[in-house]
Design a protein around this ligand. Structure first.
Ligand SMILES: NC(=O)c1ccc[n+]([C@@H]2O[C@H](COP(=O)([O-])OP(=O)(O)OC[C@H]3O[C@@H](n4cnc5c(N)ncnc54)[C@H](O)[C@@H]3O)[C@@H](O)[C@H]2O)c1
Length: 381
């Protein structure tokens, strides 16, 4: 099995998730290649101890990402740093000749994303993908397959949502994801937007125009020193797009909520059509629901327990359950499979074009929500 040597820039929440997924690569069966983490970088030097403790393969630790990029032993980079840094660091990773799995949103705003897209265009020899793991749940894959097989017929509505609730607590301390200058003006849309756009974009459901309901409730937060500081990012966004033309037109609803009472990382996808409907939610991670309909026939939803039926085969028995860390590993399997020349079993990670299209939607939604009007989406050429 081929080894692909990775460097990680950003050893926080998501950097550790990749390290864990790579460390249990034996979980996957028949992979053409495996990732080996050989270098890690974070400006907070303390965070790298965890990596060196658990991963004997790490040969380089550095607080300067340029040192990591100068390391010839690094073939590919996973970059998981605050949004404001994407626009500067991603192009440098590519200029150094490293393949890249970059965290969403692939630039803090559209201008940063344009710079990243220009750097990608200059290096067609490199594989670049954007992180988005939730569609790798088996139930989500079932909904995708259902739609791709044409079972939906004329579409009535598509909804994809990503719901969090911890921000309902006004005493939750502020972090960079609530700061406009680090997270970006998109607020919750920049944080969660790629997750809800990934499948609709993959299935070709690009909204022509959007409206957006933006909600701001918690306006200050404790900063950890006893003081309260402004919290200016949008808490919730409900984007309603119009997809298709004329009689085939349908609404696409995209919800990115940081204050959805009671919800903890709930990602859901629902497709409603005249011939068939299907839905999946991470609340019921082993199930999906679907219905097929013939004119005059019965309207009966069916619920199927899927168990563990991942895109990339794994050692876990089919009766067991699939979870978040499995979705992360399946996303990594898709990236590594492509690096090894495969087709990611027909479902590659989110592409740079999809990331750019999601920026087009979010840019229009931000204007639509703040100006209270319908805005045309200007997609990249
Ligand atoms: N795919 C997902 O489900 C998911 C979930 C959470 C976050 N994310 C994304 O991951 C990225 C990071 O988010 P996180 O939650 O891991 O944040 P985090 O704050 O936990 O980690 C970011 C790390 O980057 C480090 N860092 C900052 N500047 C740096 C620099 N110049 N060089 C090297 N390291 C630097 C910080 O010290 C920190 O440890 C963001 O793009 C975010 O949107 C994705």
């Amino acid at each position: 099995m081929r080894t692909i040597r990775f460097g990680i820039i950003g050893c926080g929440l998501m950097g550790r998730e990749f390290a864990s997924a790579a460390a249990r690569w034996m979980h996957l069966q028949a992979m053409p290649a495996r990732p080996e983490i050989v270098a890690v970088c974070d400006t907070n030097a303390d965070l790298m101890d965890w990596f060196t403790t658990h991963l004997p393969s790490v040969c380089q630790t550095t607080t300067d990402y340029r040192d990591l990029l100068a390391n010839d032993a690094v073939d590919a980079v996973y970059c998981a740093v605050p949004h404001v840094l994407h626009g500067a660091i991603y192009p440098e990773i590519l200029a150094a000749g490293k393949h890249l799995l970059g965290e969403k949103p692939f630039g803090m705003d559209r201008a940063q994303n344009d710079a990243i897209m220009a750097a990608i265009a200059a290096r067609p020899d490199l594989l670049v993908r954007c992180s988005s793991e939730m569609p790798f749940y088996p139930g989500a894959q079932k909904v995708v397959d259902f739609a791709r097989a044409g079972h939906v017929g004329e579409i009535l509505e598509v909804e994809c949502a990503f719901l969090h609730s911890s921000d309902i607590n006004p005493d939750k301390p502020i972090n960079w994801k609530r700061m406009i200058d680090v997270n970006g003006a998109y607020g919750c849309m920049g944080d969660l937007g790629m997750h809800v756009c990934h499948v609709p974009l993959r299935l070709g459901w690009l909204p022509r125009s959007v409206q957006a309901g933006l909600v701001k409730r918690v306006t200050t937060r404790p900063d950890g020193t006893g003081a309260h500081v402004p919290c200016e990012t949008w808490d919730n966004a409900t984007i309603t797009g119009t997809v298709g033309e004329g009689a085939a037109e349908f609404p696409l609803v995209l919800k990115t909520w940081r204050i959805a009472p009671g919800e903890a990382n709930t990602w859901s996808l629902r497709v409603l059509g005249m011939s068939g409907s299907a839905e999946f939610t991470t609340k019921s991670p082993r199930q999906w629901r679907f219905m097929t309909y013939e004119p005059g026939g019965r309207q009966t939803w069916q619920v199927e327990d899927l168990g563990y039926q991942p895109l990339f085969p794994a050692i876990t028995g089919g009766i067991f359950e699939f979870g978040f860390t499995d979705a992360i590993q399946q996303m990594w399997a898709a990236f590594v499979d492509e690096l090894a020349g495969g087709d990611a079993r027909g479902f590659p990670c989110a592409t740079p074009l999809e990331a750019a299209q999601h920026h087009a939607i979010l840019t229009a939604a931000l204007a639509a929500g703040t100006e209270h009007r319908n805005i045309e989406v200007e997609y990249p050429a």
